[in-house]
Design a protein. Structure first.
Length: 377
């Protein structure tokens, strides 16, 4: 565990390559416009607007709004572990900051640092803010793994017959997500064995000339694992909150995955079930999780078309993809953008000289997603 009492200074605002982020976002918007105005895209849909249900489309956007509100409430509950008076309004602002940076930076790398910075501007100490974001990520990661496992087991045979190559990619994506949990559990049982495994991996990577300083990498990963474990032990002591957080995260994921079903129904289609559409969306998210671009640009659109062509005809699949992408990616960017500069206000100072909580066991982390990737969570 951490020794002594660590005094915290005012954090500097994280610096990110704005030009690069603008280029990534412009590329993503360009792809959206291409799909919107190419043959079979949204432009063609507008010719047949009478054959389209705006009510179901509004429900798709409603699902996104609800899942954002659930995420804000979850943020609020977790921060209240260390700051009991933390308000829902503050949690909503912090969630929106994370949502924006999760969407516009590669693999959402800026989301957690910016949320920690936002929390520090709301009189939450850096130590408490960091712990809250790690705890929230752990809950998200565990829920994602078990949620995805259930869906894959239930519908794997069906999808593997229809889209075998993409299902293989989705399975790999699931294994990557699950490996984080396995590594954490392994570290909890045997720190020495875990460190030995990590050292062996980086020794091999050094021989392959993929890393220059394996000792430094091992040290950094070990510190991260220690922090993961430490914060997980903290959340385990709040059992009711833990159960509630898992349920809220499950609800959040379901609302996000249900967007594609609402779009499906907007085309007056009804043969596929809600469960099948949710499972298909999980496949899309897992398959596109490797793309190191904001929002999995390129992989997300391509995976959606490949998977959902089982449910949509060829003449409307592109329109459906554009509507799905607009609801799940561009809409959150649009509504969260005003919160991206929340940390620039000078009237609120971060809380100083507050000690990092002392915990009984050894054990941190970070990630870009807030909903995947998504839905990043």
């Amino acid at each position: 565990g951490r020794k002594g009492r660590e005094h915290l200074k005012k954090p500097e605002k994280p610096k990110f390559n704005t030009v690069l982020n603008v280029v990534f976002l412009a590329f993503s918007v360009g792809m959206l416009l291409y799909f919107a105005f190419s043959d079979g895209g949204l432009a063609d849909l507008m010719k047949y607007i009478d054959d389209f249900s705006t009510g179901w489309l509004l429900m798709a956007f409603g699902c996104m709004i609800l899942q954002l509100l659930v995420d804000a409430w979850l943020t609020c509950l977790i921060v209240r572990i260390s700051c009991p008076d933390y308000s829902f309004g503050s949690g909503f602002k912090t969630m929106m900051v994370g949502q924006f940076y999760n969407s516009v930076t590669p693999m959402g790398v800026a989301a957690k640092p910016m949320q920690i910075y936002s929390l520090s501007r709301q009189r939450v100490s850096v130590g408490d803010a960091s712990a809250a974001m790690v705890q929230k990520y752990l809950i998200y990661q565990f829920t994602l793994v078990f949620y995805s496992l259930g869906l894959l087991l239930a519908r794997y045979s069906f999808f593997s017959r229809q889209i075998p190559d993409l299902m293989l990619l989705s399975a790999v994506g699931f294994l990557v997500q699950a490996s984080i949990i396995v590594l954490l559990m392994l570290f909890s049982k045997s720190q020495k064995m875990t460190r030995t495994i990590i050292e062996m991996v980086f020794s091999l990577l050094k021989k392959l000339h993929l890393v220059k300083d394996p000792e430094k990498s091992v040290r950094e990963i070990s510190e991260q694992l220690e922090s993961f474990h430490e914060n997980f032990q903290t959340i385990l002591r709040h059992k009711r909150l833990l159960v509630g957080s898992f349920l809220l995260t499950f609800l959040q994921m379901t609302l996000y995955y249900a967007v594609s079903y609402c779009i499906y129904r907007a085309f007056f289609l009804s043969e596929a079930t809600l469960f099948d559409m949710i499972a298909a969306q999980a496949v899309v998210n897992l398959a596109s999780s490797f793309m190191p671009l904001p929002g999995g640009t390129g992989a997300a659109e391509g995976s959606f078309v490949v998977v959902f062509q089982m449910f949509f005809s060829k003449d409307i699949i592109r329109s459906a993809m554009v509507l799905w992408r607009a609801a799940t990616y561009y809409f959150p960017i649009f509504i969260s953008a005003p919160f991206a500069w929340i940390g620039r206000k000078k009237g609120v100072e971060p809380q100083k000289n507050r000690a990092v909580p002392q915990l009984p066991a050894a054990e941190q982390a970070d990630s870009g997603a807030d909903i995947p990737k998504d839905f990043n969570g």
